[in-house]
Design a protein around this ligand. Structure first.
Ligand code: SF4
Length: 259
């Protein structure tokens, strides 16, 4: 399978996943060598062979998972049979891929951004036909102007819609389509709102780091991630292109659109 055929921004994450798989394969060879060495006691050999068995199982499932990810991206088609392996490949090998990126001095945000691209493409390969009330938009509180005195994380209705930040536009979007929306200060609050609203799909606005953990925490709920813009640095007066959020919402409610 030729990873070079993948779009550039998705290639980094998939390549690192594939490298992680090769690393796990080398570990398997080492474990196998130790297990079959005559100098081991029977007990050691049994333990090592059990470890080798686990590694083989993980490698086979992750191999199918990575193939599923590549095929889904290439053909833009959902492969239902490979959902499980794809999840294993992402959840099991993502930390290894990040560590590998660290070894090769690849910017962690670039890897996470590539992960979000891959995740979004996998979500977009499926078909949804959700009611607006089944969609939750989670937005970070750093979109709010730092000098705004209104406590919108306590209740988003506290926003006075003065138009100085993107929150007022997001609220217009919420009211127009009838979707759910919350402002969050981090993962704990995001998880609380997900438990409360029980959405069938999430549109998450955040930086690469928070989107990555959000996508993993929300599993198996599908999440489309929209990266925020940080013209003044991280977590301060950030911005979002609201049409991108709208496009993600419309994707989930295809068939229930309102003009
Ligand atoms: S739109 Fe105005 S009132 Fe609402 S959060 Fe932004 S600055 Fe505050």
């Amino acid at each position: 399978m030729n990873i070079d055929l993948l779009p550039v921004r998705k290639r980094l994450f998939v390549s690192l996943l594939a490298f992680s798989l090769v690393g796990a394969g080398l570990l398997l060879v080492a474990v196998w060598y130790l297990a079959t060495s005559n100098s081991r006691t029977i007990f050691d050999q049994v333990l090592l062979l059990a470890l080798a068995g686990l590694l083989i199982g993980g490698l086979v499932v992750a191999g199918f998972g990575i193939s599923g990810i590549v095929l889904t991206i290439l053909y833009a088609k959902d492969i239902t049979a490979l959902h499980g392996p794809m999840r294993v490949a992402i959840n099991l090998f993502f930390p290894i891929a990040l560590a590998l990126g660290g070894v090769f001095r690849i910017d962690q945000d670039r890897i996470k951004s590539s992960f979000i691209e891959v995740n979004n493409q996998l979500v977009r390969s499926k078909h949804f036909n959700l009611l607006p009330s089944q969609i939750l938009v989670l937005a970070p509180h750093c979109l709010q102007r730092s000098d705004c005195p209104h406590k919108i994380t306590v209740d988003i209705e506290n926003c006075r819609r003065c138009g100085r930040c993107s929150v007022s536009k997001l609220l217009e979007l919420r009211d127009h389509y009838g979707i759910q929306m919350s402002m969050v200060t981090g993962g704990t609050l995001a998880r609380k709102f997900v438990r409360e609203y029980r959405p069938r799909a999430i549109v998450a606005v955040a930086c690469e780091r928070d989107l990555t953990s959000g996508v993993q925490d929300s599993n198996p709920i599908p999440v489309l991630g929209v990266t925020n813009e940080r013209p003044f640095g991280p977590c301060f007066n950030t911005e979002i292109q609201v049409p991108k959020v709208e496009e993600a919402v419309l994707f989930f409610m295809k068939g229930h659109e309102k003009n």
